[in-house]
Design a protein around this ligand. Structure first.
Ligand code: SAH
Ligand code: SF4
Ligand code: F3S
Length: 436
């Protein structure tokens, strides 16, 4: 049997793509191994969102030089961005495939198996989405489902439209079939994935929008939790909150990337909304009868960002009171419109702003988490920390909740009520009431 090794970088879309790639390989008789040394086929599913992410794959490729008979493949966003240039940078690579070509992965593997030296899948023209019956999910309780691939926005800093191509929505019947199949297989949590889930448009005659799809997935029998990511503020409609208000299975969580609190910077980023537009959406969430946890992504040091612009991002943190944030220093990326902008911010200053931002947010998170002490939360039991004698759970709001349970056997994958007794900036701790 042929053995493959795969390492995955980047976002949840990439993680889920790898699950599909692994399923496809196993269907073809390959077996997965845990080190590149043991493998005949070594695959890197790559990310290009920031320069550091891109550098990682070239590091890996230089660490693992060709040994006789071993095939190296570069998949994902760096593959699409660099294309055949990868063969020049790392001549021992034989396979370069962007995510839009995964529907052809089977054919490409046949070419590799018959000795192909430089096999590529780099077309961005196809309208296909990558659907396979053979997805190999690692987690037996939580499953990702892709609903839309690619991105039609053109945020000035972002490589994704170049690396993942234009938007392709998947037919609603196919999504619901997968959700039902997951429920039958014992999954209780589903996460719907797309670069911009809000622009989902069902290509079949049913013609659903994202809110309609969300409600239908929320009604799948056996599914207890549904999350979705990522939302784009410009396309985020109020009907999503309405659907959440009436559909209990939809989790109390929304990730709504803002990027900056300054309307001037948002315009330069080509985000297509103002700070006020964004705040209106936050107000919808806060007016919901659900207790929605809100998270975001922020970029500091975008070209032209002044100290005053940055202060506006800080004031946005205070105004929204996010439950968590992902924050990044702006990284200049190939092909993107922001390359042409002037007034790039020195790295040291970007680093300073990032630290200030993260410190401000840490205090907010501690406050938000502390407010939950004394409340009961339902936790999905995700694992066990034996060293600490604690179970690891996750709440509907997507908070990590570590808890002790009196002498009991907590089934991983079960849902239990937990009393929150302590809070830190990044997690909660508590006690489970029931002994199972
Ligand atoms: N589709 C999603 C996010 C895609 S990338 C969305 O539109 O929100 C995830 C995050 O990476 C982005 O939200 C942004 O904050 C960050 N990011 C993207 N390009 C970047 C760049 N060139 N430099 C720094 N951060 C970047
Ligand atoms: Fe990138 Fe913007 Fe598309 Fe998100 S919406 S993937 S940030 S271009
Ligand atoms: Fe990275 Fe591509 Fe995702 S660039 S963040 S792996 S879409």
């Amino acid at each position: 049997m042929k053995r493959f090794y795969i390492e995955t970088f980047g976002c949840q879309m990439n993680v889920h793509d790898s699950e599909k790639v692994i399923g496809t390989l196993e269907e073809r008789g390959y077996g997965q191994v845990q080190t590149p040394e043991e493998a005949d086929l070594v695959l890197y599913n790559t990310c290009s969102i920031r320069d550091k992410a891109e550098q990682k794959v070239f590091q890996r490729l230089s660490e693992n030089k060709k040994s006789k008979g071993k095939v190296f493949g570069v998949l994902g966003c760096v593959a699409q961005q660099e294309g055949e240039r990868i063969f020049d940078k790392a001549p021992h690579v034989n396979l370069v495939v962007g995510s839009a070509s995964y529907p052809k992965l089977g054919e490409l593997l046949v070419q590799i198996e018959s000795g192909g030296r430089r096999v590529t899948g780099l077309s961005l023209d196809s309208d296909d989405t990558f659907e396979t019956a053979a997805t190999r999910r690692d987690n037996p309780h939580k499953g990702y489902i892709t609903i839309i691939e690619g991105c039609d926005k053109s945020c000035a800093y972002c490589v994704v439209p170049f690396t993942r191509g234009h938007e392709r929505s998947r037919a609603s019947a196919s999504i619901l079939d997968e959700a039902n199949a997951l429920a039958r297989a014992g999954y209780t949590e589903i996460q719907l994935l797309g670069q911009n889930v809000n622009s989902y448009r069902d290509p079949s005659p049913a013609g659903w929008d994202f809110a309609g799809l969300l409600e239908a997935v929320g009604r799948v029998e056996g599914i207890r939790r549904v999350r979705f990511t990522t939302s784009h503020p410009r396309d985020f409609g109020r009907e999503i909150i309405e659907v959440m208000d009436r559909t209990e299975t939809l989790c109390n969580q929304i990730h709504l990337p803002v990027q900056s609190g300054s309307t001037k910077v948002l315009a330069a980023m080509q985000r297509q909304y103002t700070r006020d537009d964004y705040m209106r959406r936050i107000e919808w969430m806060k007016a919901s009868k659900r207790d929605i946890a809100i998270s975001t992504d922020i970029i500091v040091g975008f070209p032209g960002e002044t100290e005053e612009d940055f202060e506006q991002t800080l004031s946005l943190l205070d105004e929204v009171e996010y439950d968590s944030i992902f924050s990044f220093k702006y990284s200049a990326r190939p092909n993107t419109p922001a390359l042409a902008l002037e007034d790039h911010i020195p790295d040291e200053e970007k680093g300073r702003r990032l630290m200030v931002l993260q410190e401000r947010q840490r205090a907010i998170q501690l406050r938000r988490n502390t407010a939950l002490v004394g409340t009961w939360q339902e936790a999905l039991v995700e694992g066990r920390n034996s060293a600490r004698g604690q179970w690891i759970g996750r709440t509907s709001q997507n908070r990590v909740l570590n808890f002790v349970a009196a002498g009991s056997e907590q089934p991983i994958g079960g849902y239990v009520p937990v009393l929150v007794t302590r809070a830190g900036p990044n997690s909660l701790a508590g006690e489970c009431a029931i002994a199972v």
